[in-house]
Write a protein that binds this ligand. Structure first.
Ligand code: ADP
Ligand code: MG
Length: 297
């Protein structure tokens, strides 16, 4: 396992920031760590990276115990902290040299990383001259310098404009081809765009840990249909597999089905067989965003 977190409980004073959190991440996975502000994402990441040691439970990174062998696990991890603290007066290359020296990696790694994270056009500048998107690239470059197997990115896209956001997501995806990545975000769409698995945390507890495909499949199917005439609810309830039917407006109904089979043609056929005309028929699958809101309400 790349990351194995077991029963982590962490208190700040009397406040429980993490409550018996457990999960495992396999080598090569890109996992979104999703939760609203204050859920405990940064705290969990700081524990994995060895920033804290006052917690209950155990953490392993690349099968090495972070609790007893912190130096070894830290060399396996590249970490981009929240708010990406950078020395703004430094030149990009100077900053990366500084990081390379800390990790005792050769200078040739720097040129490679600059290329890899797409920093080449800005590499001659001072960090304060860079846009937020390029500053994030500098932070990601610094995290990658020592060739870690595991990358932990704490809200890497927060505060970026829409173009920068797409660029950084694409960068995370491409880095994830040969690394294990855990990145936190409070945006469900981000997880959909970048990963195939999501761990959702709320108030210090894991509330979901699933492949996105599974989440989508478990969603109920919703169909909005408009007939040409008003109908009684008992009549509508004869549609097979129907779970609920709500008369949202005059001749418009919102139907939910607890099946993954596309029910649109069944609804159309039902109307036709009963002498109704179908004026409108829309599949309105509940978004993952609304599922996230339900889980973290
Ligand atoms: P997230 O990253 O999901 O926004 P955090 O891990 O930063 O959440 O915070 C989890 C909870 O712990 C929040 O209620 C936050 O206020 C609290 N917290 C975080 N850091 C500290 C700290 N250094 N001292 C006291 N409370 C903290
Ligand atoms: Mg945070």
């Amino acid at each position: 396992m790349s990351i194995e977190v077991k029963n982590i409980t962490k208190l700040y004073g009397s406040q429980k920031a993490l409550d018996a959190v457990s999960f495992t991440i396999k080598e090569g996975e890109i996992v979104g760590f999703l939760g609203p502000n204050g859920a405990g994402k940064s705290t969990m990441m700081k524990i994995i990276t060895g920033y804290f040691d006052d917690y209950e439970g155990t953490v392993k990174v690349c099968d090495i115990s972070a609790t007893s062998n912190r130096l070894a696990t830290q060399s396996a991890i590249g970490y981009l902290p929240e708010h990406n603290p950078l020395y703004l007066e430094m030149y990009v290359k100077e900053y990366l040299h500084f990081h390379a020296a800390i990790h005792k990696v050769g200078k040739d790694a720097i040129a490679q990383i600059i290329e890899k994270v797409g920093l080449t056009p800005e590499a001659h500048k001072k960090i304060h001259q860079l846009s937020k998107g390029y500053r994030q690239r500098v932070g990601i470059a610094a995290a990658l310098l020592h060739h870690p197997k595991v990358l932990i990115l704490d809200e890497p896209t927060t505060g970026l404009d829409p173009n920068q956001l797409l660029d950084i997501r694409a960068l995370i995806k491409s880095i994830g081809k040969d690394k294990t990545v855990l990145f936190s975000t409070h945006i469900m769409q981000e997880v959909e765009a970048v990963c195939d698995r999501v761990i959702i945390i709320n108030k210090g507890k894991i509330v979901a840990d699933k492949k996105l495909k599974e989440l989508k499949e478990n969603q109920e199917q919703q169909i909005e249909v408009e007939f040409d005439l008003r109908v009684e609810k008992q009549f509508i309830e004869r549609i097979p597999n129907l779970k609920t039917a709500v008369n949202v407006f005059d001749t418009t109904w919102e139907l939910t089905f607890s099946t993954t089979v596309d029910m649109r043609s069944a609804v159309f056929d039902f109307a036709h067989d009963n002498g109704l005309k179908t004026l409108k028929l829309d599949s309105k699958n509940k978004s993952l965003e609304s599922l996230f809101r339900e889980l973290t309400a």
